[in-house]
Every structure is written in structure tokens, then in C-alpha cells.
Design a protein around this ligand. Structure first.
Ligand code: FES
Length: 141
């Protein structure tokens, strides 16, 4: 691997590391990486904006709710709630800048339970496997 490709690979690794930690790339991160890689902030910005997976804006908060009304509850939704809590490392009823994990009452889709919602998206017949997939497409893991 030549030196240019190696530097680009290192830059992408640093960008991923920052995004995984903070969920988006701040202007201060771009300036820091410009100093670190001896490039102009515009060059770092070009790299960040070229790849669709990098976020330059703070993602909107995701409010995750799992139904705890009797029908969903009988379908082991409490176990699934704990599973989500462990996966996201956030306690039930807790909130941070990006995630809120809550319980909710029946939303009228009992026949399709267990139910989980993330903002306006409704997910039905959730399982642990399905939760992993959903959290991945919602950009939470
Ligand atoms: S009990 Fe969960 S949607 Fe009705």
C-alpha cells in the first residue's frame, strides 16, 4: 500500500472512530484531524462529505418504546425490553442526547405484538434477532 492510500485508510479509521463515539463529525473534529494529518480542513471535509456513511449533523433523538400492555407483555416483551437496554447500554426510562428507552401502553396492534416503536416507525412481531437488525438500520448499533 502506498503512502497516500495508507494515510487515507488511517483518516477513514479515525473518522469512523469519532463517529462511532459521538454519532457525527463535528467541525472541531475536522479541524483536529486537519492538524493530525497535516491537511487543510477543506480536504478533511471533502473526505467526510464524499462518504455517505459519515454524518455532519447531530442525528435526531431516537425515542424507543416497547409496549408493556397485557397482550404484548404476555409475548415476553419485558425480556425484549431488557435485551434492548443491554444492547444500547441504557436503562429503561433513561434518556441521553441521542436515545430514550421507554415503555408504552397498547397502540392497538396487539395481534402483531410484541411491538416496538422508534419515533414514528412501528416494528411488529419483534424478536431478539429482529431487534438487532432494526437497531442496526436505525443507526443505533
Ligand atoms: S398490547 Fe401491545 S399493542 Fe396492544
Amino acid at each position: 500500500m502506498n503512502k497516500i492510500n495508507k494515510n487515507k485508510k488511517l483518516l477513514l479509521e479515525r473518522l469512523l472512530e469519532i463517529q462511532n463515539k459521538n454519532l457525527f463529525i463535528r467541525e472541531s473534529d475536522i479541524n483536529m484531524l486537519a492538524r493530525e494529518f497535516q491537511k487543510s480542513p477543506a480536504e478533511i471535509y471533502d473526505t467526510v462529505s464524499f462518504y455517505a456513511n459519515f454524518n455532519l449533523e447531530k442525528p435526531s433523538k431516537k425515542i424507543i418504546k416497547l409496549c408493556q400492555s397485557p397482550t404484548c407483555h404476555s409475548k415476553k416483551n419485558e425480556k425484549l425490553l431488557n435485551f434492548v437496554s443491554d444492547l444500547l447500554n441504557i436503562k429503561i426510562g433513561e434518556s441521553n442526547d441521542y436515545i430514550s428507552l421507554e415503555t408504552c401502553q397498547c397502540i392497538g396492534m396487539c395481534d402483531k405484538g410484541p411491538i416496538m416503536t422508534i419515533n414514528n416507525n412501528i416494528y411488529t412481531s419483534i424478536t431478539e434477532e429482529k431487534i438487532k437488525y432494526i437497531l442496526k438500520i436505525e443507526g443505533l448499533i
